[in-house]
Design a binder for this molecule. Structure first.
Ligand code: GLA
Length: 358
């Protein structure tokens, strides 16, 4: 009797021990367990460094920063490069984490061969859609059952107030039709996968309206679209509480899942186009004032994410720590930024406390 009890309670005892002992670490994913999943964009190289431990203890969802984009994964027409994407998916499976696929159709980091014939002339719409279909079918099928959600089309809406669609090679060759087609191809390849439209600068009311209109048009046409990805490359200066509240409120009215897909909070005012450094760029660095501003911004953003937990199903950070962020080179080359919750030594910053203290 006694023995049976011991055996029965052994797993519980081990669980308790690991919860109360020194080894237990409560990560972002645990603080937010009843809200939404917490993800991070990574490179396969980071999984061979001390960052891997941090990733597995803080997050429960992974996105490939680059490894699943069209160019890196499909560099020439007849060759796929699976190694990097495979290793990220394998890590996620071992660590029992979700994977968000990113991204099946985008104008940036697309391989040059996609848009041209062997003689260098521009391909026809039929050829481009056929290539898109082949690409999406191969990538989505390979990870069927292992990637639960895909950013299908990335950034198809224009930032220019007078234009609706972005004037990309996709649009120039196919017109708007490539968007619906991309979703259809992805759905055919994995009917279980959740399919997202993903874009940035969604806090801008004009662009937001266009994104919402696009999603409504796709829904009305019966296109399999299941959610909206709000990239969330923000700054300590914007969005304000009001701006983000109205952004999330507008999107929530669509009644489909929202995911914050690429969160970082730059210490610089937001700019969306690449430019050269000016003599004063980055001079002040990460001052105590900016630290406080960043704490405040992160606190506000997560307060609002929690308010909209009925529609937000995931929040993903774009990069792991201030050791390296794409913002160190964008929009200004070689201007160090400090946009994340962990510092260069992988220690939680004060903004981490703001995010987890609620
Ligand atoms: C966009 C893309 C991401 C990434 C960032 C910058 O937001 O969706 O994949 O390239 O730009 O790193």
């Amino acid at each position: 009797m006694h023995r049976k009890g011991t055996i029965l309670f052994l797993p519980l005892a081990i669980g308790l021990l690991s919860c109360t002992g020194n080894n237990y670490h409560k990560g972002l994913k645990d603080y937010y367990a009843t809200y939404f999943s917490m993800g991070v964009a990574i490179t396969p190289q980071s999984l061979h460094t001390d960052e891997a431990t941090l990733v597995a203890s803080e997050f429960n969802s992974l996105t490939a920063e680059n490894a699943m984009k069209m160019g890196p994964i499909h560099p020439t027409e007849n060759d796929y490069f699976w190694k990097d994407a495979d290793s990220i998916v394998a890590f996620a499976q071992r660590a029992k984490m979700n994977v968000r696929g990113h991204t099946l159709c985008w104008h940036n980091q697309a391989p040059g061969w996609l848009f041209v014939n062997v003689d260098g002339s521009t391909v026809s719409k039929e050829v481009l859609l056929q290539r898109l279909k082949e690409h999406i079918t191969s990538v989505v099928s390979r990870y069927q059952g292992k990637i639960y959600a895909w950013d299908v089309v990335n950034e198809a809406i224009s930032d220019r107030e007078d234009d609706f669609y972005r004037d990309s090679p996709w649009y120039q060759i196919c017109g708007e039709e490539y968007i619906a087609k991309a979703f259809e191809y992805a759905h055919a390849a994995d009917p279980q996968a959740l399919l997202f439209y993903n874009d940035y600068n969604e806090i801008n009311p004009v662009k937001r309206k266009k994104i919402i209109q696009l999603v409504q048009q796709l829904q009305a046409a019966g296109v399999p679209i299941h959610g909206i990805g709000l990239q969330g490359h923000w700054s300590v200066f914007e969005p304000t509480y009001q701006q983000l509240d109205s952004t999330l409120s507008d999107f929530s009215k669509l009644n489909i899942p929202l995911q914050i897909t690429e969160l970082d909070v730059s210490i610089y005012p937001k700019e969306h186009a690449r430019r050269e450094a000016t003599p004063t760029d980055g001079e002040a660095g990460f001052t105590p004032e900016l630290k406080l501003k960043q704490d405040e911004a992160y606190k506000t953003y997560f307060k609002l994410f929690r308010k909209y937990k009925h529609v937000i199903t995931s929040v993903t950070f774009w990069n792991i720590s201030d050791r390296r962020s794409w913002l160190d080179n964008f929009p200004v080359r070689n201007r160090k930024d400090f946009p994340l919750l962990f510092d260069s030594n992988l220690k939680p910053k004060s903004a981490y406390i703001e995010v987890t203290n609620f």
